[in-house]
Every structure is written in C-alpha cells, then in structure tokens.
Design a protein around this ligand. Structure first.
Ligand SMILES: [Fe+2]
Ligand SMILES: [Fe+2]
Length: 232
C-alpha cells in the first residue's frame, strides 16, 4: 500500500466518528428545538487549552518551514525543469495560505510562537536548497517525506479534536464555533498536504537517490521538530 493511500485510509478513519458530519444536529422545527435541553457551554479545561496552544504553535512553525522549503527549492528546480513552475507555485501558494491561517489563529488566541523560530527558519531553508541542488527527484522526495509526517500530524490533531467534541457532546456541553472552525480548517489543510504528497510521488520522488536514506532522514527531522515545537 502506498504511503499516500495509507494516509488517506488514516484520514478516513479519523473522520469516521465525526459528531458533526452534516446538519443532522440542527433541529428541524421550533418544537423539536424546545423539546431539547439547551446545551451548556463551559470553559475549556487546562489540558484542552494546553493541547490547543501547542497544536497552534507547532502548526504555525511547520507552515513557516513549508513556505521556506519551497522558497529555497523553486528557483533551483525551475531553472532546470521549467515545466514544474506551476506545480511549485501552486504548492507554495497553499503553504503561504496555511501559514497565514495559523498566524491569524496564534494571534487571535494569544499563543506564544515557538522559541525555535530562528532555528527552523535556517533549517528549512537549508533543507529546501540542499534537496533542490540534489535534483528534481530529491526535491520531490523532500515533499514526500515532509507531507507524510505532516499529514499524519494533522490527522492526529483532527482525531484528538473529534474525541474532545464527542466528550463535550456526551456531557451536554456545546462545542464552540472556534473549535468547530479549527476542526474544519485542520481537515482542509491536511487534505492539501496529502495532495502535495501525491504530486511529489507523481513527479518521481521515489526515484531520488538514495530515496530511503533521504526520506528517513527528513522524516526523523520532521518528527523531532514537531516534538520540540509542541513544547518549546
Ligand atoms: Fe502546509
Ligand atoms: Fe504542504
């Protein structure tokens, strides 16, 4: 089973027990609405707030890194493979959109950005430039490796948030619009990351030499960066 297929299966599993799949929870009539007890809303627990702060912090850092990787790769890759310009621009534009989304969320919820910001800036630019000079296949293998980790990372966040939503609903609490919005935002971004993964594989990421060593190294680096950014 391909990596992207695995992630897509994981994605489907993650949304399986979605408590808000459509509008089925919206009462159809006023009498139906009145017969239901009004949902309560109470402040998030400290553990929930801690999770959300660390999720926004690591997501913002990851999207910064993604924009820098493509910024460094694009001129080198496009110089020798001009036909890849639209694809590189498309992926960069989506990453810039993700970065802007998490910049807004981190400001809105007054979450501290990671203290590792300067380190990730240098590391991501070096990774982008280094893989681009190795060639088109290595640049694509970089995207394959990064998006494999990031797709799983976002999927885990969606599952955690859906679990929280389920618990809140079970105890008669109302899920705030902020949380509902965050779930749908992370799902959309996850799907776009998985689309990048598919583009990379379609563009010969697996032909990079040495593919296994390169992708294992980058994936380990991503997992380390995620672990650190969630905490620092
Ligand atoms: Fe992204
Ligand atoms: Fe991406």
């Amino acid at each position: 089973m391909s990596t992207s297929r695995t992630l897509n299966n994981a994605k489907n599993n993650g949304v399986h027990n979605d408590p808000y799949p459509n509008s089925s929870h919206i009462p159809r009539s006023a009498s139906e609405a009145l017969s239901r007890p009004a949902p309560r809303s109470k402040p998030l627990t400290q553990a929930q707030r801690d999770f959300l702060a660390s999720a926004l912090r690591v997501n913002q850092a990851g999207e910064l890194a993604a924009t820098l990787i493509y910024t460094a790769q694009t001129p080198v890759v496009v110089a020798s493979h001009p036909h890849l310009r639209p694809l590189m621009k498309h992926m960069y534009d989506q990453e810039a959109g993700h970065f802007s989304t998490f910049n807004s969320l981190i400001a809105k919820h007054r979450v501290r950005p990671t203290a590792m910001y300067p380190v990730w800036t240098i590391a991501a630019s070096a990774l982008g430039w280094g893989t681009a000079i190795m060639g088109r296949e290595a640049a694509m293998a970089c995207t394959e490796a990064v998006e494999t980790e990031i797709g799983t990372h976002y999927n885990d966040q969606v599952k955690w948030l859906l679990g929280m939503a389920e618990q809140m609903e079970a105890s008669g609490e109302q899920l705030g619009d902020d949380i509902k919005g965050l779930i749908s935002t992370i799902r959309r971004i996850r799907d776009e990351e998985l689309e990048h993964l598919d583009h990379a594989v379609e563009n010969d990421a697996k032909k990079a030499v040495p593919h296994e060593l390169l992708t294992s190294f980058i994936r380990a680096g991503c997992r380390g960066a995620i672990w650190v950014s969630e905490r620092v």
